[in-house]
Design a protein around this ligand. Structure first.
Ligand code: SAM
Length: 291
């Protein structure tokens, strides 16, 4: 096992401990990554030792990960008047996103996570907090969202959840609005995955793929513009996908432009080097769009 892989496994130690603490029946179910399993994991079992910042360790922290990995992929879509963040956890990306909009709505299945966000961002008056059922966006008014964002959360969601969120997105996004969702592509390898209780693939949904995402977009009258497949945490598989889509119809015969990025984790190395280089600290992102 490479040093990078070993480090990646350590990052998820807290997560693994939470999984191991489950009774065996729950562990078998956890391979399915259902909404109930996600609720159970993130609301009750996971201890959030550093508010989620522990997952940014390969990048040197959330700030370098935002600057090197997240922001470059969405900067063309920002600022946006109203942003919806699905599954913010304890606000690892919320702390940056809020500076790029006049209103930021955060929706999470976990009431504990929403409470933490509410307290953490209590000084910000343009945030709205919603606890949902893990599938619906009914609490949000139709055609009000300019940009929908989710990162490092819906990788644990099965196709039924993604389908439900994309169906809702087609109603909640303004016509011509955009979305960026980080989801699993592990389903692409499902025929080669062992059936054993192995958790090495970071609890990604074993059923979700980039093709399924793109098909869902088209079925709800939206256009999947770009899909970047990445080997998250240096596994030997392109297990994750960043999909960018627009609430604009396009022909299913126009496939999304697809990038297979096997060098993804180099970004983490560069980000970490940047973060530790003396005298080259980067100021926090400026508030581009004040509420
Ligand atoms: C691994 S944490 C990541 C949180 C945050 N995105 C980050 O990167 O730090 C996963 C989060 O997704 C939320 N979540 C999982 N499934 C969800 C669903 N179907 N709908 C809404 N939130 C969900 C969990 O409650 C948790 O807050």
């Amino acid at each position: 096992m490479s040093v990078a892989n070993r480090r990646a496994r350590l990052q998820h130690l807290g997560f693994l401990i939470a999984v191991i603490a489950m009774p065996v029946t729950r562990r078998v179910q956890s391979l399915m990554a259902s909404v109930i399993d996600n609720y159970d994991m993130w609301n009750d079992r996971y201890k959030w030792p550093q508010q989620g910042d522990e997952w940014s360790e390969p990048w040197g922290g959330p700030d370098p990960q935002w600057r090197h990995t997240v922001l470059p992929r969405i900067s063309a879509l920002l600022p946006a008047a109203t942003i919806l963040e699905i599954a913010p956890g304890h606000g690892r990306w919320t702390q940056f996103l809020h500076a790029y909009c006049r209103q930021l709505i955060v929706v999470d299945v976990s009431p504990t996570c929403i409470d933490v966000c509410r307290r953490r961002f209590s000084h910000l008056k343009h945030l709205e907090y919603i606890t949902n059922d893990g599938k619906s966006l009914d609490a949000i008014e139709d055609t009000t969202i300019d940009f929908l964002f989710s990162f490092d959360s819906l990788v644990h969601a099965d196709p039924d959840v993604i389908n439900s969120y994309l169906s809702a997105s087609a109603r909640k996004l303004k016509p011509g609005g955009f979305g960026f969702i980080h989801h699993s592509n592990l389903g692409h390898y499902r025929h080669t995955l062992p059936n054993s209780l192995e958790f090495d693939e970071h609890w990604r949904s074993r059923n979700m793929t980039s093709d399924i995402f793109s098909m869902f977009c088209h079925s709800f009258g939206m256009c999947c513009l770009q899909q970047e497949l990445v080997n998250w945490l240096s596994t030997g598989r392109l297990l994750d996908c960043f999909s960018t889509f627009a609430n604009t119809p396009c022909s299913a015969s126009e496939p999304a432009s697809t990038i297979k990025n096997w060098d993804f984790m180099r970004e983490a190395v560069n980000a970490k080097l940047d973060a530790i280089r003396p005298d080259e600290g980067h100021a926090a992102s400026p508030g581009i769009c004040s509420p």
